[in-house]
Design a protein. Structure first.
Length: 151
């Protein structure tokens, strides 16, 4: 006995196109949902940025701007000093992306601290002064840290 199978009127590639379009529609729906969900909460992006700023300032304090790098107004390690300047600039640029999430009072305070930090690094201030300013900025950003990374 022979089994006769009728030929499909649709070419085989129609099924592939339909599957591809379905996958594309699901991906777009997921992207749209993700973007709308992120813009509603906003806090994860802020806390992630705060963590990046904290990390830049930690590196600045621990290895880039120390007594071994700058002492008595003299740069002893040019590469580390240049990296310290870059770290301050990166931290400040990150700050600019989230500063509107803070209250006016918090913005003024952290803006002033970043200005003082930039000036201290540029004028070869003592490492203790730079480290104190970095700590003050970190303290000012603590309300926006994620709870599991709070100091």
């Amino acid at each position: 006995m022979a089994i006769v199978r009728p030929h499909s009127r649709r070419p085989w590639w129609h099924r592939i196109v339909a599957i591809a379009l379905s996958i594309l529609a699901l991906a777009l729906a997921a992207i749209i949902w993700g973007l709308s969900h992120q813009s509603d909460t906003g806090q994860p992006a802020v806390s992630g940025t705060v963590e990046r700023i904290q990390a830049e300032l930690d590196v600045l304090q621990l290895s880039l701007y120390t007594e071994q790098v700058v002492r008595d107004g003299q740069v002893l390690e040019q590469e580390e000093y240049a990296a310290a300047q870059s770290a301050v600039q990166r931290a400040r640029a990150q700050w600019e992306t989230i500063r509107e999430a803070m209250t006016a009072e918090q913005r003024e305070h952290v803006d002033r601290l970043f200005e003082e930090l930039q000036t201290a690094v540029n004028t070869l201030a003592p490492a203790a002064e730079v480290q104190k300013l970095a700590e003050e900025i970190q303290h000012g950003l603590r309300p926006f840290e994620s709870p599991e990374n709070s100091h």
